[in-house]
Design a protein around this ligand. Structure first.
Ligand code: WT7
Length: 695
């Protein structure tokens, strides 16, 4: 499975300096540990678990699972019998047992240069305890779901950890999602409370988050569901939110007064903050009256920790559920080994906490290790295209983690904006979210890292909880574009269409044969969908939905999604999700959406729409349809290309042939086998109607 030898030539290796200190210093050591992790997981993970705090120790096997639908229910259980609290492990343990109280947990860097804030582990612990007490005083109990819809601010980390502390289940919704998407997620998870903020700036653009949140809450009320409370953080507005807001019972704590970020935007418009005194509560007023002490709720290993929604091929997002102990051990261990974490590191992951990358590699993984991280609210191109490197120098970042789409975007501006800054603190670079093309890998490696820093191409999913295929920076010789080999405890295989395991160089479905601690446990409220999506196709395996090639040296190369999913800038969207947003428009009778390769985003959305009889296709309608998708899902789903499709290519049984549409979107005349096409005359018509901007 893991090759005995790795090639000498045409691979990239870490410099000696990194190797000397590394946790896993060479390929032989990796292989040795890997074998142990597979053959004796109890021993392997048991050792790791010793560093964590357990209120009561586990009683049974480390991992117990069933991946085979023909043998009954699919389940994964890790460390049964143990009780712990993940918030205690990432905060109290660092402060009280490891003397890290004064260590910086986060350097917060706002959207606007100069907006900054530093928070230590003990300060964070205090803020989390206060907010946990606030949640308790509002009646939030263990197992209750809490929706969080916030920008990238320290209070987002506070809110999620406060939930974890009291055993409530957080469901974070990315602040770029629309009211409709937030509404869907609140309804599906049956949240009792929503935590949001007045608004934030994304580059130059003001996002009035509270207005969008209110819209979502109104939709809930219309459906007869009332979210009892909405806690609003004042991030941009200085005054009490809303004109009718009730006078604070006691003065707001002066937490806010120290914040330079309040002043930086003096000249910029403030967000609109509608206020409903029946539902809305001011974050600052609430924490002002709360105590600093809060005993954690001791949770069972398999108690739910959070729900995070990811696109599903039926169009309805799936609530991926992760549980306490396995997720904690897995994110902590992957973080430590994949970034070769050392105690003097300054680590920066540019992802948003609204995605799994932020959950696992901004909050839980780094904090479990007591790391110092940068928490970045801004954009790579604001106020200019040097921003990332400016921030790297400012905080002397050593480990840097970003997405291929950001790398490709910055590549367009050449090396000058990069070279304006020194970047000599950098030691390891990482990427995640989609396959990275070798050209972008080499640019990242040579220009950003000056050939001094290994690039870890980490392949994983919301569902896997943490990295599953990845290099270890000092141990794995790298090939640009390959996610290389499995992490500890992970057993990949490549299957053909008939479900046979392929050996040696091969191409097929990427699956996993065994459970590892961080894998998802179920789809929230829908075990049947969990089994159908991931375990039905090939009984006995977890099916990722990705295609994969293994080369002659045993390296894994992800070839992209093989289901009806699109990956736009590292974010998964399902074709069905976008199609259903389009057909909700009264002018549309049918829609088909495919991905078209895009130099920066990886894939872009190309939509074919069939209009109802009598409606004509105009540019006004086109704008309206694009707007509709944006409103239903969010800005990330805005279609790039759209065309009129009076007929769609279908098989005789009525199935849309997306394969053919993908070719048309790319203006490729070689359509392959079209013998199953019911009416071939639609093809010429579709080529003639192609979207003129899609050259
Ligand atoms: C899908 C998961 C995992 C955090 C971000 C996305 C693609 C992710 C890589 C990589 C090739 C990758 C896959 C995967 N993907 N990382 N290094 N190389 N493809 O999380 O939204 O759950 O998306 O992203 O297609 O299935 P997600």
């Amino acid at each position: 499975m893991i090759p005995d030898k790795v090639p000498h030539d045409d691979v990239y290796r870490a410099p000696q300096e990194l190797v000397k200190r590394a946790h896993v210093p060479n390929f032989d050591k990796y292989k040795e540990l890997y074998l142990k992790s597979i053959q004796n997981p109890d021993d392997f993970w048991g050792k790791i678990a010793e560093d964590f705090f357990w209120k009561t120790p586990p009683t049974g096997k480390f991992l117990d699972y069933n991946f085979d639908v023909t043998k009954g229910k699919i389940y994964v259980k890790c460390m049964e019998g143990a009780t712990t609290n993940i918030c205690y492990n990432v905060l109290d343990r660092n402060v009280h047992e490891r003397s890290l109280g004064d260590k910086v947990a986060f350097y917060w860097e706002g959207n606007e240069p100069g907006d900054e804030l530093t928070v230590t582990y003990s300060e964070l612990l205090q803020q989390v305890c206060r907010f946990a007490n606030v949640l308790k005083s509002l009646g939030v109990k263990k197992g209750d779901r809490v929706s969080i819809y916030m920008p990238m601010v320290v209070e987002l980390v506070v809110a999620m950890l406060a939930c974890a502390r009291i055993g409530a289940v957080h469901s974070i919704v990315f602040a770029g999602f629309s009211a409709e998407s937030l509404f869907d997620r609140i309804m599906d998870s049956q949240c009792c409370i929503l935590i949001t903020a007045d608004g934030f700036y994304r580059g130059d653009k003001l996002v009035s988050l509270k207005v969008i949140a209110d819209d979502a809450l109104q939709k809930c009320t219309d459906m007869g569901v009332s979210v009892q409370k909405c806690i609003v953080l004042k991030h941009l507005s200085k005054e009490e939110p809303g004109s009718q807001s009730p006078p604070a019972k006691r003065p707001c704590p002066d937490l806010q007064q120290e914040r330079p970020r309040e002043n930086v935007r003096k000249t910029h418009p403030k967000p609109q903050v509608p206020w409903n005194p029946e539902v809305d509560l001011c974050w600052h007023t609430l924490v002002g009256g709360a105590s600093d002490e809060c005993e954690p709720e001791w949770c069972e290993s398999e108690d739910p920790l959070f729900i995070l929604y990811t696109s599903g091929s039926t169009g309805k997002p799936k609530g991926v559920l992760h549980t306490v102990s396995g997720y904690m051990l897995y994110t902590a261990t992957t973080f430590k080994l994949v970034f070769d974490y050392q105690s003097d590191d300054v680590y920066w992951c540019t992802a948003d906490i609204g995605w799994i990358t932020g959950h696992s590699y901004i909050t839980y993984g780094p904090m479990a290790n007591g790391a110092t991280s940068v928490l970045f609210e801004g954009l790579p191109t604001y106020p200019d295209t040097s921003r990332l490197w400016e921030v790297v120098d400012k905080y002397q970042v050593t480990k840097f983690y970003t997405a291929p789409t950001a790398i490709r975007l910055l590549m367009k501006y050449g090396s000058a904006p990069v070279q304006k800054y020194k970047r000599d603190s950098l030691k390891v670079l990482g990427t995640v979210g989609e396959p990275i093309n070798p050209e972008a890998w080499l640019w990242y490696y040579s220009v950003v890292g000056e050939k001094r820093c290994p690039v870890v191409d980490t392949y994983w999913q919301t569902e896997t909880g943490g990295h599953v295929l990845t290099p270890l920076p000092a141990a794995t010789p790298m090939k640009p574009g390959s996610a290389t080999f499995p992490f500890f405890g992970v057993v990949p295989a490549i299957l053909n269409e008939s479900g046979e395991e392929l050996e040696g160089p091969s191409d097929g479905y990427l699956v996993f044969k065994q459970a590892w601690p961080g894998i998802m446990r179920t789809v929230y409220g829908n075990q049947q969908r969990f089994e159908a999506t991931y375990f039905q196709k090939f009984p006995g395996y977890y099916v990722t939905g990705d295609g994969c090639r293994r080369d002659k040296d045993g390296y894994f190369w992800i070839t992209g999604r093989i289901d009806d999913m699109l990956n736009v800038s590292g974010h998964l969207l399902s074709t069905a999700e976008v199609e259903s947003a389009l057909v909700e428009h009264p002018a549309v009778s049918e829609a088909a959406v495919v991905g078209r390769p895009h130099p920066v985003k990886g894939e872009s959305l190309y939509c074919f729409v069939t209009l109802r009889d009598g409606v004509s296709y105009t540019s006004v309608l086109e704008t309206e349809l694009k707007q509709q998708v944006r409103e239903k899902i969010g800005a990330i789903a805005t279609p790039d290309y759209m065309q009129n499709a009076p007929g769609l290519p279908k098989t005789r049984s009525g199935k849309i042939m997306r394969r053919v549409l993908r070719k048309i979107a790319q203006n490729e005349r070689d359509l392959g086998d079209v013998s199953t096409l019911a009416d071939s005359s639609v093809i010429e018509q579709l080529f003639n109607n192609r979207c003129p901007t899609a050259v």
